[in-house]
Write a protein that binds this ligand. Structure first.
Ligand code: NAP
Ligand code: G3H
Length: 475
């Protein structure tokens, strides 16, 4: 029997008149229904958040941290239960789904610990005019207020927890909108906070299709900060609607792996395959193109092909590496990129095969810059190889992307790797490893159309707080 899930609003689980049926992308099994909230219900949830803010921000850090530690412990206790639902709901391999829940718990614990160390500063006057010598400023951090947290389908739990925990520890209240495909898992995350005893109104959930209620919640006058992870298209829209309110946007990417002549090709290929095909390429940080020196390209392509052919293609519950994509539109989009590359002369090194939304991993050699695959984010299991003849050419192609999330450089020449890293227009460069978020205390950010603002526990807390100065004169 399937379950009719409810939203958590003002300390109660509430239903809506309209619902959305959630099915498993891989099997079609109906997993349950979630409410499609009306605007009036959104208003009630927002008002509940606003009412709860005063008492929540008045608590000490250590009191708020206690709730977070408890919620994190509950997540670890329930990791298999939540992981099983998550695995089905977004067709993610079971072990990766459980790992997502555990990683979320770790972030929540870390946020609680980081929060108890938040400190302000005292500034001395006297630097600008002699008379100001008597002035003192006491500068403290304050919560921004009501935070709207919106997570994407590929990490509906983790990219929710990484917003909710830093927001809460800083004294904010949260309105959490999970992705529709992923909303059951999002509601299970909320359940952990509920069981931890969070006061009513401090965390409220909002389910419903982004296309129907997205603009309404983003423009809502109660929202003080929007923390969004998802596509560049929706992120840009949110940026326009946000007006003067602060935002954090973590968006799409087209991460390059730059492979130089002296690279350890075995290590390089291992990392590129893991980076490109983890969760079937549905990661913002996936390696989405390889820029390799022509002199080592043949050898690298052969090693990559061997490793890609060993990937397990199948279902999430079997822990396959490659599972069906999230929906038919996603699979059709990937097929469009593949057809374009084929027509323009790219050489497929693996069999091109699609069954419904399951696309077998594809390696394309000799991709050129007139092909869509050189620039667009497939969010699927397709890896283009672009052959280059100099470091300068690799940097130029990498930087021509409208995105600027991350890049990797594979070489034994560390001074050169640092010099390349300096020239790449991205948030993070990995040396001799795959592109990846984390570890989760590191700053995570995108340049250009990959985002605005900086995630990472400490940085997220900083982003979702504001400074207040109290200035006075001493005698
Ligand atoms: P998406 O379609 O942009 O959706 C993301 C979230 O936004 C979902 O919760 C969605 O709800 C909601 N949404 C949709 N329309 C909205 C609107 N008008 N206003 C407010 N919210 C709205 O992205 P996705 O398909 O879930 O995720 C894939 C994309 O996210 C890829 O481009 C990927 O690169 C990017 N991503 C980036 C990062 C990063 O950290 N840089 C991490 C993960 C993913 P519904 O599900 O109800 O539509
Ligand atoms: O999809 C975007 C995520 O932020 C990527 O996280 O690199 O840990 O898979 P990850």
């Amino acid at each position: 029997m399937t379950k009719d899930y409810r939203n958590y609003v003002n300390g109660e689980w509430v239903a809506s008149e309209n619902t959305i049926t959630i099915s498993a992308p891989a099997s079609g099994e109906v997993l349950g229904t979630v409410p499609a909230m009306s605007q009036k219900e959104v208003d009630e949830a927002m008002a509940a958040g606003r009412r709860a803010l005063k008492a929540w921000r008045a608590l000490s850090y250590v009191e708020r941290a206690a709730y977070l530690h408890k919620a994190a412990d509950i997540l670890v206790r329930d990791k298999e239960k939540i992981g099983a639902v998550l695995s089905k709901e977004i067709a993610k391999g079971y072990k990766s789904a459980v790992a997502e829940v555990v990683r979320t718990a770790e972030i929540i614990h870390y946020a609680a610990e980081e929060g108890v160390r938040i400190s302000g500063e005292v500034l001395e006057g006297g630097s600008f005019e002699a008379a100001s010598k008597k002035k003192i400023a006491v500068v403290r951090r304050e919560p921004v207020g009501v935070v709207l947290a919106i997570s994407p389908f590929n990490y509906p739990v983790n990219l929710a927890g990484s917003k909710i925990a830093p927001a809460l520890i800083a004294g904010n209240v949260v309105m959490f909108k999970p992705p529709t495909q992923g909303s059951i898992s999002g509601l299970l995350l909320a359940e952990a906070f509920v069981e931890a005893g969070l006061p009513a109104g401090v965390l409220n959930t909002i389910t419903g299709r982004g296309s129907e209620i997205g603009d309404y919640i983003v423009e809502h006058e109660e929202v003080n900060f929007i923390n969004f992870t998802g596509s560049t298209q929706i992120g840009e829209r949110i940026g326009r609607l946000a007006g003067m309110r602060p935002i954090m946007l973590e968006l799409g990417g087209k991460d390059s792996a730059i492979v130089l002549e002296d690279a350890d090709l075995e290590l390089t290929a291992k990392n590129i395959v893991a980076g490109a095909f983890g969760y079937s390429g549905q990661r913002c940080t996936a390696v989405k193109r390889v820029l390799v020196m022509d002199s080592v390209a043949d050898e690298l392509v052969e090693i990559l092909r061997g490793k890609i052919e060993k990937l397990i293609v199948g279902n999430p519950e079997d822990d396959a590496d490659i599972t069906p994509l999230i929906d038919t539109a996603a699979a059709d989009f990937v097929e469009g990129l593949v057809e374009d590359a084929k027509e323009k002369g790219a050489e497929a090194k693996t069999e091109i095969k699609r069954e419904d939304n399951l696309i077998c991993p594809i390696l394309f050699d000799r991709v050129t810059t007139d092909m869509r695959l050189a620039w667009e984010e497939p969010f699927g299991p397709v890896l283009p190889i672009i052959r280059v003849h100099s470091v300068e050419e690799a940097i130029e192609i990498s930087n021509k992307s409208e995105y600027g999330l991350q890049a990797s450089v594979f070489t034994k020449n560390y001074p050169l790797a640092f010099s390349i890293a300096e020239q790449l227009e991205v948030g993070t460069v990995h040396i001799n490893n795959k592109t990846q978020r984390g570890t989760d205390n590191f700053p995570f950010l995108g340049a250009k159309k990959s985002g605005a603002g900086v995630q990472g526990v400490k940085y997220s807390i900083e982003a979702m707080t504001t400074l207040k100065s109290v200035v006075f004169d001493i005698q």
